[in-house]
Design a binder for this molecule. Structure first.
Ligand code: GCO
Ligand code: MG
Length: 429
């Protein structure tokens, strides 16, 4: 008992006697897995998994400013136990890496698991000759609504940037502006269409004043509404810088300008603090770009304290885990709004688009397009047109990595900036 050829029904088999290395189907063993670190425009960590039949898959493992910690976790601890496993068993491998490690969650672990998971979905799509979104239930919509990043040194500069994004076809736009009286502010590009979150050398120090900020932001959005009318969806990112009551005041003062969302109004470690914000304002709230698992999202979703959950494929355990987060969110009228800054590599971007196209409760996708060098190293089938994106119909994720070209861009240590109050106190951002 226990041995069965293809097509033998489960009724003929004693499951207890079934040798675990023999499935009903033949296996597709993982024969090689490698981490590729490169810096075409910025740093990226990519996992490449190859199977016995020569199919390879890619997974993004980039953890901005802490890239080599994930590289070490993957190379030293994950890859050795991955070789020889059946690449088709995506969920089982996910659980093996999550439950099997004993040490659960956290950004380094979850980025590593995400990279494996994403690469395995890529492989499965290629093996079955279908784009990943077809494996996730097929398209729930024709395209994926994205928002672009408009920023300027002051209000008029930001008005111009928003106008440029509209000309490019964007249907939803995030607006950030330098604040008069503060020398530099995170999220404001320097003469470019978008900003790069990390910079070489020691972390840049920005100055912060909550008073200046709270007085300024409503004026920015009043001006933007005057210029662009009522219909353009506008977003704003607070970067975790307020206390709950300050965030409540901001949300309330922005109500006349009806934002699509107000992002990360407070640091989300103390999740019950969102209750206070909710009591005071109807401005929709988006949180979750630093979350790593469904447990981080649970309270905010179940108490309906947010409207959009921002977890990204790369930071929250891959496509498999993100789908579980989306399913939980769907029960509570929370929609998805995946993080998509430039530190999500094109591999993550593609994975996000397959996810976005398929899940029912999709809300919006962030899209901060990559530098030209990045797009040359990572060729991809996804495209942007008229404010919408589509992952394309190439089998798998539709992204490839030119390793020879990537090797010309070696890793360069870079950090996200930090934020200090005017008196020098370290502050959140
Ligand atoms: C966003 C972000 C980014 C992050 C960065 C961190 O909403 O896109 O807040 O700018 O800070 O991606 O690595
Ligand atoms: Mg953000």
């Amino acid at each position: 008992m226990g041995q069965a050829s293809h097509g033998t029904g489960i009724g003929f088999v004693s499951l207890l006697g079934w040798p675990r290395d023999k499935g009903f189907l033949s296996t597709m063993k993982i024969t090689d897995a490698r981490v590729i670190v490169c810096s075409p425009g910025r740093n990226f960590v990519t996992l490449k998994i190859t199977t016995e039949d020569g199919i390879h898959g890619l997974g993004d493992a980039t953890l901005n400013g802490r890239e080599l910690a994930v590289t070490g976790y993957l190379s030293d601890h994950v890859i050795p136990i991955l070789i020889g496993r059946d690449a088709r068993r995506i969920e089982d491998i996910w659980q093996y890496l999550y439950k099997g490690a004993y040490w659960r969650r956290g950004p380094v672990t979850m980025c590593s698991i995400a990279a494996v998971d994403t690469a395995l979905w890529d492989i499965k799509g290629k093996a079955l000759n279908v784009p990943v979104y077809q494996l996730l239930g097929g398209a729930s919509r024709d395209g994926v609504l994205v928002y672009g990043h408009a920023s300027g040194q002051d209000i008029e500069d930001t008005v111009q940037a928003v106008a440029e994004y509209r000309k490019l076809g964007y249907k939803a736009i995030r607006a950030q502006s330098g604040i008069p009286g503060l020398q530099s502010t995170y999220g404001v590009g320097r003469g470019k269409m978008y900003y790069e979150p990390a910079e070489k050398g020691a972390p840049v120090e920005n100055a912060w004043s909550t008073d200046l900020y709270l007085n300024f932001v409503p004026r920015l959005f009043e001006r933007l509404r005057k210029e662009f009318g009522e219909d353009l969806p506008l977003l704003h990112d607070v970067h975790h810088r307020l206390t709950p009551i300050e965030a409540a005041r901001l949300g309330k003062s922005l109500e006349p300008f009806h934002l699509f969302w107000l992002e990360d109004p407070v640091p989300a470690e103390l999740q019950e603090s969102l209750r206070l914000i909710r009591q005071h304002t109807t401005t929709p709230i988006a949180i979750g770009e630093v979350f790593n698992s469904i447990y981080d999202c649970q309270q905010l979703i179940q108490e309906q304290l947010i409207d959009y959950i921002r977890t990204a494929v790369v930071h929250a355990g891959g496509i498999s885990h993100l789908r579980k987060i989306a399913s939980l969110a769907e029960l509570y009228h929370v929609r998805t709004g995946c993080h998509g800054a430039t530190d999500m590599s094109p591999v993550c971007m593609a994975a996000a688009l397959h996810f976005d196209l398929s899940v029912h409760n999709f809300g919006i996708q962030e899209y901060m397009h990559h530098a030209e060098e990045t797009d040359r190293v990572f060729s991809h089938s996804y495209s942007f047109s008229d404010g919408m994106m589509h992952p394309g119909d190439a089998p798998g994720l539709g992204v490839d990595l030119d390793e020879a070209l990537a090797s010309k861009y070696p890793y360069r240590r870079a950090y996200l900036p930090i934020n200090r109050k005017l008196d020098g106190t370290m502050h959140s951002w």
